[in-house]
Design a protein around this ligand. Sequence first.
Ligand SMILES: CC(C)(COP(=O)(O)OP(=O)(O)OC[C@H]1O[C@@H](n2cnc3c(N)ncnc32)[C@H](O)[C@@H]1OP(=O)(O)O)[C@@H](O)C(=O)NCCC(=O)NCCS
Length: 258
Amino acid sequence: MRYNIVTLQEKPELAEQILLLNRAAWPKFLLHANTLHWNSLYTTFTEFQLVLCDLYGNVIAVGHTIPLVWDGNPASLPMNFDDLLERAIICHQRGHNATTLSALGAVVAPSHRRQGLSGAILREMIKLATQRRLNDLIAPVRPTMKDQYPLIPIERYVEWKRPDGSPFDFWLRVHWRLGGVQLQVAPEAMRVQGSVAEWEEWTGMEFPESGRYVVPGALQPVSIDRDKDCGLYCDPNVWVRHPISKIDTGNPNTQAER
Ligand SMILES: CC(C)(COP(=O)(O)OP(=O)(O)OC[C@H]1O[C@@H](n2cnc3c(N)ncnc32)[C@H](O)[C@@H]1OP(=O)(O)O)[C@@H](O)C(=O)NCCC(=O)NCCS
């Protein structure tokens, strides 16, 4: 598919389209996650927001990324999105040299899905990290198909494989094909907390008693506590690392490419 790639810095007028694309892409409850500094993507970090446009200039996909300092040790990966954004902001404010680019999310417009654009976004992210001479692209990957298996622990789910050895989850598979290596699970990458009424509004469901509920779009159950009037959900992700220096020198994973 033909597309033009621009950054939000080059085309700030695309911000509204990007916001709309994001709003429509995620389950409603996830838009209420505690990602305090998300807005900085549209202000401080516009040069790291990759936008794929069709030939008429309409946004067809977006890749959100942010640069930060990471020492390459899995033990010092950010705990969650808030931590990740905060580290990037500190790195920017103190004028430190970033070592790493982190993906924050990729969205393809519904009209352009199933045409290979997710891989294109990821390749553009890798290209950006390469151009900036960063060591790695890392990503807290949300295994998209896990909402169909909410009762399976994330640690087990991310190990599921297809007969050819590729990851079972298609979004993990896209990363894997481009050289991504799974590092570790981030069990609480995003946290969503709200009142029972808010959860009922976000999900269109009712929660008559306290307990754990399977909710459409959630990767694991949502805990409802009616006594405390509180619903809590943690979005589990898995950290994937794309070592930039190895991208051009051949990647054994690509041998399984179809
Ligand atoms: C996830 C998403 C980015 C995929 O984009 P896409 O451009 O439609 O995906 P592609 O066409 O590149 O397909 C890549 C692979 O996923 C598979 N795939 C894509 N959508 C699928 C679906 N809904 N169900 C099952 N498989 C799917 C494709 O068949 C392909 O599989 P393959 O590895 O066997 O070839 C897109 O669905 C999206 O924007 N979703 C909402 C936001 C989101 O969940 N982003 C990912 C987490 S950050």
